[in-house]
Design a protein around this ligand. Structure first.
Ligand code: ADP
Length: 460
C-alpha cells in the first residue's frame, strides 16, 4: 500500500508499470481459477446427485435414505444443516434452527413464492443467523407441504480471518483512510447476517434432485400398484379355490358320507362290531371335513365380500346375540353382564353379530368355574375399545398369537366341546375388515379378556 508515517515514497514509473502488469496478470489468473473451481464444484454436484439417487432408490423411502446419509447430503450442496418437511413432520439433520423456527422459515417461503425453489442468503428473521442466515428451499409438491430446506450460517461465522478483528483501528495522518484493518470492518458490516450466496449450479442441482425424487416416488407407486394387482390376482385365486373346495370337494364328500350311511344301514348285520365302528368313524370324519370346508369358505368370503355397513345399535345387537345362544348359556350355568349404553356405530350388522357370538361363546365354553362369569363392555373413547371378559381357563402367553391361526385349537375336540378352530380367525378378519384390531390379555386359570376396536369409525 506504500503508506509510511515519516517519509513519503515515490514509486518509479517502471515499477508502477510492472505492478500494473502484475495486477492484470493476477486478475486474469483469478478469473481462470474461479472458473476451474466452479467447474470442479459442478462435477462434484453431478457425482453427488448420482450417489444420492442410488441411496434413495435403495432405501424404503427417499427421505430415510437422505436422512441416513447426513454427511454425504450436507457435503453435496454445501450447507451446515437441512430440514425435511412432510406435512407437519419436520426432520432435522446437521446444524439447524429448531423445528419451530423452521416453521416460521416455511411461512416466509410460502409468503414469497409458490415456485419450486426459493433462495435467500439473508433471511429477514431475527436470531437465526448462527445456523440459518441463508436458506435454499425446495418445494417437493405443489399441493402438499413437502419441502427440503438447506441452511447456511452467517459468513463471518465461518471465515477464519487472518488478522485480529479486535485490534483497535489507527487513524493515520490523513484521517480514516482505507487500510486492511478498516476494510475488514467494512466487510464484517457488509456480511453481517448474510450467508454465502447460493450459486446457480447449486440451484440447478436442487431442481435436478427434485426431478429424481419425483421419478423415484412414481416408480415406487408403480411397483405398489403391481403388487396390488398381484394381490388381487391371488385373492381371485383364493376365491376360486374356495369355490372348488365348496362345490367340487363337497360333492364327493357327500358321496362318501352317503355310501357309509348305506353300508351301516344295509350291511351292518353282516359286519363284525369292529367294522361297524370303523364305518361310524368314517362318517364322523366326513362330517368334520365338511365343517372344515364350510369354515374355510366362510373365512374367504369375509375377506372379500363388500361390507354391508349401516348404523348398528350395539345394545340391540348384543341382546340379539345372547338370545341366539341362550340355550348354550343356560346349559353351562353362565352369568353374562352387559354394559349399559353401548354405542351405536357404523358397521356390518351380520358380521358384528358373529364377532360377539364367537367371543361370548368361547368365554362360556372355555370355562371350568362353577359360575361362569362373562362381562361385555367398552371404554368410552373417540375410538371405543370393546371387550369380552371371562373367568375361564385362560390362555398361556405362548398361544396368544397362534390361536388366531385357522384351524388352530388348543384342546382336543371332546374337551370343552371344541369347534373347528376357525372362530377366532374369522373374528379377527371381521374386526380387521372394519379397520380395527383384536388382541387379548389372559391369566391361565383366572380368565381371559378379548379386546377389539372397530377402527376410526365414527360414533353416531
Ligand atoms: P374353536 O372353534 O375351537 O372354539 P376358536 O378359533 O374360537 O376355535 O379358538 C381357538 C382356540 O383358542 C380354542 O380351541 C381355545 O383353546 C382357545 N380359546 C378361545 N377363546 C378362549 C377363551 N375365552 N378362554 C380360553 N381359551 C380360549
Amino acid at each position: 500500500a506504500c503508506h509510511h508515517y515519516a517519509a513519503p515514497r515515490y514509486v518509479a514509473h517502471e515499477v508502477r508499470m510492472a505492478c500494473e502488469f502484475l495486477a492484470h496478470f493476477l486478475s486474469l489468473q483469478m478469473a481462470a481459477k474461479e472458473a476451474a473451481e466452479n467447474h470442479e464444484y459442478v462435477e462434484h454436484l453431478s457425482r453427488g446427485h448420482k450417489e444420492l439417487v442410488e441411496i434413495m432408490s435403495q432405501a424404503d423411502d427417499f427421505m430415510s435414505g437422505l436422512l441416513g446419509n447426513e454427511e454425504k447430503f450436507l457435503g453435496w450442496i454445501k450447507s451446515g444443516g437441512a430440514a425435511f418437511v412432510v406435512n407437519d413432520e419436520i426432520h432435522l439433520t446437521g446444524k439447524t434452527p429448531n423445528a419451530e423456527a423452521v416453521r416460521s422459515i416455511l411461512d416466509l417461503v410460502n409468503e414469497n413464492t409458490n415456485d419450486e425453489i426459493y433462495t435467500t442468503n439473508k433471511l429477514p428473521l431475527a436470531d437465526l443467523s448462527e445456523h440459518a442466515a441463508g436458506v435454499l428451499a425446495l418445494r417437493l409438491s405443489i399441493h402438499l407441504p413437502h419441502f427440503i430446506l438447506w441452511f447456511r450460517p452467517e459468513i463471518s461465522q465461518i471465515v477464519n480471518w487472518a488478522g485480529d478483528p479486535n485490534k483497535p483501528v489507527e487513524t493515520g495522518e490523513f484521517g480514516d483512510r482505507l487500510t486492511p484493518r478498516k476494510s475488514f470492518d467494512l466487510w464484517i458490516e457488509e456480511v453481517a447476517g448474510k450467508s454465502e450466496a447460493w450459486k446457480t449450479c447449486e440451484i440447478e442441482a436442487a431442481a435436478d434432485l427434485r426431478r429424481s425424487i419425483m421419478e423415484i416416488v412414481a416408480r415406487k407407486a408403480e411397483s405398489l400398484a403391481d403388487l396390488n394387482a398381484e394381490l388381487e390376482r391371488s385373492n381371485v385365486e383364493l376365491d376360486s379355490f374356495a369355490y372348488i373346495a365348496s362345490h367340487d370337494l363337497k360333492e364327493p364328500l357327500r358321496g362318501i358320507h352317503n355310501f357309509s350311511h348305506i353300508l351301516i344301514e344295509t350291511y351292518a348285520a353282516q359286519l363284525p362290531a369292529d367294522g361297524r365302528e370303523k364305518l361310524q368313524t368314517l362318517m364322523r370324519l366326513t362330517q368334520r371335513m365338511e365343517s372344515l370346508i364350510e369354515s374355510l369358505l366362510h373365512y374367504s368370503r369375509i375377506g372379500r365380500a363388500q361390507l354391508a355397513t349401516a348404523k348398528v345399535d350395539l345394545n340391540i345387537l348384543v341382546q340379539e346375540t345372547l338370545e341366539m345362544i341362550e340355550s348354550r348359556i343356560s346349559d353351562s350355568n353362565a352369568e353374562i353382564i352387559v354394559a349399559e349404553n353401548l354405542p351405536t356405530i357404523e358397521g356390518d350388522e351380520v358380521l358384528l353379530r358373529e364377532v360377539f357370538t364367537n367371543l361370548i361363546s368361547n368365554a362360556v365354553k372355555y370355562n371350568d368355574k362353577e359360575i361362569r362369569r362373562v362381562e361385555v363392555g367398552f371404554s368410552d373413547a373417540a375410538t371405543p375399545t370393546f371387550f369380552v371378559r371371562d373367568n375361564g381357563i385362560g390362555i398361556a402367553e405362548k398361544h396368544h398369537e397362534t390361536i388366531f391361526r385357522i384351524f388352530k385349537r388348543l384342546h382336543g375336540r371332546k374337551k370343552f366341546g371344541g369347534g373347528v378352530g376357525a372362530g377366532l380367525t374369522i373374528t379377527k378378519k371381521i374386526v380387521e375388515r372394519h379397520g380395527g384390531k383384536l388382541w387379548l390379555e389372559s391369566v391361565p386359570n383366572e380368565g381371559t379378556t378379548f379386546y377389539f376396536t372397530l377402527g376410526e369409525l365414527e360414533k353416531i
